[in-house]
Design a protein around this ligand. Structure first.
Ligand code: HEM
Length: 460
């Protein structure tokens, strides 16, 4: 058995800068395709200070998602670990991972979230009134980021609108800049700036924990009012001790901030673009959403049951995720030498794979660059297992799927019912940092629909 083909490049830096440059120029898929052409579906390289093996294809996806925890752990690159924290779910494995995941899922599961659909709808209407109503043009990407951040602040962290939220937004952007960087902590480096922002974010979360604990003790009852309250209320049935330590709550609230807001904002941004580019799809989505509005009183908020009727709209969202998955690549760390085909992946190395590569494989999806929401519906063309990777897979599959679905469907329902829009620019260039970023924010010209419903709901 031997090492996979490829070069490890220069020590520490390896191919990191070359890959980051390709990501910034939105050429990362081509960069990876070039590797596959040169070396095949498995090759070695050096990323973010660690020797790495890149794997490609559904068989590789299956291998990673079903691999024993004894062979592969979910350790992230050092930059992510140091910014978010050692006890965040992405770093944990075995019983620790199951315990923290179960605690998060007990709030993120449909049975809990279904009662919050109306609250998310309210936050979205507030956003539309404040940022869309009365304007002729808006920039979609920054607005979607602020919307999804506000939704998680309200629902998951119970942070009221105001200075604390505003400070968090700014710090959060600074922290995110260095999540994929060479982890050298010199003054004025991006990584150094991100570490400083991360410290401030953590002290804000710690303050929140103290405030909420006081509130819980005063009331003397457990609470599902928001995710932090829910985590603080959780006790082990046998020992009566808290399920998560304060440090674990801080690191995992941080990870939910990262995982929960950027991803959905990117999905919404691409959806708005795809709907502008595809009038037929926009009209079909509108038809589905108008049908739902007809069954409701004027101004009545959406409920869980309404979301089940938005089947076509969700297919459109899934097709958007196939073409533009927000999470570009994922990492695991090898704990023992692993044999993969004719190669060996040594202990201590990283494994990396990229969903976009599988999603754009024409052997799986015919005409992969074509936006076709119905392709995920038909039995004949539905993708084989481990071929749709936007939410990951296996025991680490995204636990925020339902939250993202509620938020996305509720926003699209409100948008198509109230507004028509078209892209302001012909070219809307985006790069990855590591999430996609539209350089000009995706400006669109918008028009409030003339219907009396839209005017009554979305005007002040
Ligand atoms: C469109 C929206 C979203 C997408 C595309 C997405 C994608 C993903 C992917 C691909 C993974 C797995 C990464 C891996 O295997 O290494 C993941 C994990 C995760 N996601 Fe999401 N996500 C989304 C929304 C959310 C939301 C809204 C939340 C929370 C409110 C969330 C919380 C998490 C957490 C905590 C994990 C780690 C799970 C674990 O390690 O057990 N995500 N997500």
């Amino acid at each position: 058995k031997r090492l996979p083909p490829g070069s490890l490049g220069f020590p520490i830096i390896g191919q990191s800068l070359s890959m980051l440059r390709a990501m910034k120029a939105n050429k990362a898929e081509e960069w990876l395709q070039e590797r596959v052409r040169k070396y095949g579906p498995i090759s070695k390289l050096n990323l973010f200070g660690t020797p790495t093996v890149f794997l490609h294809g559904p068989a590789a996806n299956k291998f990673i998602y079903t691999c024993s925890e004894k062979l592969m752990a979910n350790k992230q690159p050092a930059s992510i670990r140091r910014i978010i924290g050692e006890r965040n779910i992405l770093e944990l494995s075995g019983d620790d991972h199951r315990r923290v995941r179960a605690a998060l899922v007990s709030f993120l599961k449909p049975e809990t979230l279904k009662q919050y659909v109306g609250r998310i709808d309210e936050e979205i209407r507030f956003h539309l009134k404040n940022h869309w109503y009365g304007n002729n043009e808006i920039k979609v990407m920054p607005l979607m980021k602020s919307l999804t951040f506000n939704v998680i602040c309200s629902l998951l962290f119970g942070i009221e609108r105001g200075p604390r939220r505003d400070t968090l937004v700014k710090l959060f952007e600074e922290a995110m800049e260095g999540v994929l960087s060479v982890p050298i902590n010199f003054p004025f480096t991006v990584f150094n700036g991100s570490l400083k922002a991360s410290e401030k974010i953590k002290s804000i979360i710690m303050e929140l924990i103290h405030d909420k604990r006081e509130k819980l003790e005063k009331n003397g009852v457990s609470s599902n009012e928001d995710l932090i309250m829910s985590l603080l209320s959780m006790k082990d049935e046998t020992s009566d001790s808290h399920v998560l330590s304060d440090d674990e709550i801080v690191d995992n609230i941080f990870v939910v901030m990262v995982a929960g807001h950027d991803t959905t904002s990117i999905l919404l941004t691409f959806l708005i673009k795809l709907l502008a580019d595809n009038p037929t799809v926009y009209n079909l989505v509108l038809k589905e959403q108008e049908e739902i509005s007809r069954g409701k009183a004027l101004g009545e908020l959406l409920a869980w049951e309404d979301l089940a009727k938005m089947k076509y709209t969700w297919k459109v969202a899934m097709e958007s995720l196939r073409i533009n998955p927000p999470v570009f690549c994922s990492f695991r760390t090898v704990l023992q030498d692993i044999e993969y085909g004719e190669y060996i992946i040594p202990k201590g190395w990283q494994v990396i794979w990229a969903s976009c590569m599988t999603h754009m494989d024409e052997n799986i999806y015919s005409e992969p660059t074509k936006f076709n929401p119905l392709r995920l519906e038909s039995q004949a063309t539905s993708p084989p297992p481990y071929s749709f990777m936007a939410f990951g897979g296996g025991p680490r599959m995204c636990p925020g799927y339902e939250f993202a679905r509620i938020e996305t469907l509720t926003m699209i329902h409100n948008l198509v019912n109230a507004f028509a829009w078209k892209l302001s620019l012909k070219d809307n260039f985006f790069g990855r940092n590591p999430m996609p970023v539209f350089h000009q924010g995706l400006p669109v010209q918008i028009q409030l629909k003339k219907s009396s419903d839209a005017i009554q709901i979305y005007q002040f």
